[in-house]
Design a protein. Structure first.
Ligand SMILES: [Cu+2]
Length: 121
């Protein structure tokens, strides 16, 4: 009896590993959500790292006035209303460092309001 059971347990284990392996592979395709807060005149965090080829959603919330976030090189821009929120969904296709700037004039420190995006392989 025991001799017959062992191969069945092994093959079930292999099937389970295949199933869960495939399942976790598709779970990795879900966008990576990164929450960012914006307030005069900075983003928190001010630096983020994402993986090339992995879909990402940046969720930006304003804690005060209207702001925005633009990555000129990546052709991305979102504007956020007063105390509002906005999202940037994209899949980075090149590695490098990209600086995002606030795209809505928000006061005296607006020009220096930036966020560093690192895209790694
Ligand atoms: Cu601004």
């Amino acid at each position: 009896m025991k001799k017959k059971r062992v191969p069945m347990v092994v093959s079930f284990g292999v099937l389970a590993a295949m199933f869960f392996g495939a399942h976790s592979a598709s779970a990795q395709e879900a966008p990576h959500r990164i929450e960012i807060t914006a307030k005069r005149f900075s983003y928190e965090p001010s630096e983020i790292t994402v993986k090339k080829g992995q879909p990402v959603v940046l969720v930006i919330k304003s804690l005060d006035t209207a702001h925005g976030l633009r990555f000129r090189e990546l052709n991305l821009n979102v504007t956020i209303g007063k105390n509002g929120a906005g999202e940037l969904s994209f899949t980075p296709d090149k590695a490098g460092d990209f600086t995002g700037h606030c795209s809505v004039f928000c006061g005296s420190g607006h020009g220096g309001m930036s966020l560093m995006l690192h895209v790694v392989n």
